[in-house]
Design a protein around this ligand. Structure first.
Ligand code: MG
Length: 382
């Protein structure tokens, strides 16, 4: 029986992972949430983990009350997340927490030699170099959960000896595909939170609307598959049926298709290399009829341009872009800045904060904080 710790179990990925876990009778060792204490307690009563962690420590008392009489240890904060990830009590840690806070638990799991199903993008965006190096040293496997990276991982099965010429990273284009900046001036959070194909958390849905999500995924792919940024071609594919593809030396292109449902990549990461029935729907190509492929609009969606520039420069800049974006999105969701300001702030942070080398994890955390502070100050003064 495979033992799984689910970090971020009350989020969109976490909830879908629990569906997969329930379907296949996997054992849950730990569950964690940021602030959704009621749902976390409900999940804990159902899946009986050894421990739970609530990141927002002000909710710890409530959680204690909710779990009274259950034999479940209660932890708090990022320390709690790291304690779970490094405990060695599970075969795999699913890291589906949102944002930069996911980096330290990933490093904790690696230090314990535990494999990771990785849904937290920021881990590789900000810390890719360090994380991949440590994972190689510890022989820890990182199974991608993001649909695009899972697609590439699936395409590479049986092809370990073959070099990738190019990766085709597909993008839905988000809710504002085809629009120009002029039309995006008055976008409010409610408009941006309507994604055409995928059901996801708020942060990633906004990142999909700005196309920052694709920029973060390009960086993630660079590290996961040891590619140069210029080997990754972003293609807008509105139907989200082809989840990404790989072109080999002989120009053969292998892609992975399926309905847009995260349970497929989640299950592949958790049950790898087995393929067994998944709680989702079958793909009917004739229902779609036409699949389209177009170039992204780099001028309108400047977050994407900034992310690519950051990874081309390397060093701390991907962490800077990521931190600035996370901060800007949080302010946009509170309706404190405009939709277009997200891209402007990210670009300004990228061009203002000096680059540097990454020697240790503290360098990444510092660059992240510097970027967030830069954005906060910009917002406060304007
Ligand atoms: Mg994705």
């Amino acid at each position: 029986m495979k033992k799984v710790a689910v970090l971020g179990s009350t989020g969109s990925i976490g909830k879908q992972a629990l569906e997969v876990i329930e379907k296949h009778g996997l054992q849950v060792t730990a569950l964690t949430a940021n602030h959704q204490v009621n749902l976390l307690a409900e999940q804990a009563k159902k899946f009986h983990p050894e421990c739970v962690c609530i990141a927002d420590s002000t909710q710890a008392k409530t959680l204690e009350t909710l779990l009274q009489g259950e034999k479940i240890e209660i932890l708090t904060g990022t320390e709690g997340l790291c304690q779970i990830a490094s405990s060695g009590k599970q075969d795999i840690v699913l890291n589906s927490v949102v944002g930069m806070v996911g980096l330290l638990p990933t490093l904790s799991a690696i230090s314990a030699g535990t494999d990771i199903a990785l849904a937290n993008k920021e881990t590789l965006v900000a810390g890719g170099e360090l994380v991949m190096k440590m994972a190689a040293e510890k022989q820890v496997k990182i199974y991608p959960v993001d649909s695009e990276h899972s697609a590439v991982f699936q395409c590479l099965q049986g092809n370990a000896m073959n070099r990738i010429r190019k990766m085709i990273l597909t993008a839905s284009g988000g809710p504002f595909f085809g629009k120009k900046k002029e039309e995006l001036k008055h976008i409010r959070p409610a408009d941006a939170l309507k994604h055409p194909n995928w059901t996801m958390g708020n942060k990633i849905t906004i990142d999909s609307a700005t196309l920052m999500n694709k920029g973060l995924e390009l960086i993630e792919a660079k590290w996961l598959f040891d590619l140069k940024p210029e080997q990754i071609e972003i293609v807008v594919h509105r139907q989200s049926v082809l989840h990404s593809a790989v072109e080999f030396e002989d120009y053969a292109v292998i892609g992975q298709m399926g309905v847009p449902d995260m349970k497929i990549p989640i299950q592949y990461a958790l049950l790898y290399p087995n393929r067994t029935e998944c709680p989702t729907k079958a793909l009917s190509l004739t229902d779609y009829g036409v699949l389209t492929f177009e170039k992204p609009d780099y001028e309108t969606f400047d977050c994407l341009t900034s992310a690519i520039e950051a990874i081309q420069e390397g060093g701390l800049l991907p962490a800077v872009v990521n931190g600035a974006n996370e901060e800007a999105v949080a302010h946009f969701l509170k309706e404190e800045i405009s939709f277009l300001a997200i891209g402007e702030l990210v670009k300004e942070a990228l061009h203002t904060i000096p680059n540097g080398k990454i020697h240790q994890v503290e360098d990444i955390l510092q660059a992240d904080e510097q970027a967030r502070k830069f954005v906060r100050q910009k917002i406060a003064c304007c």
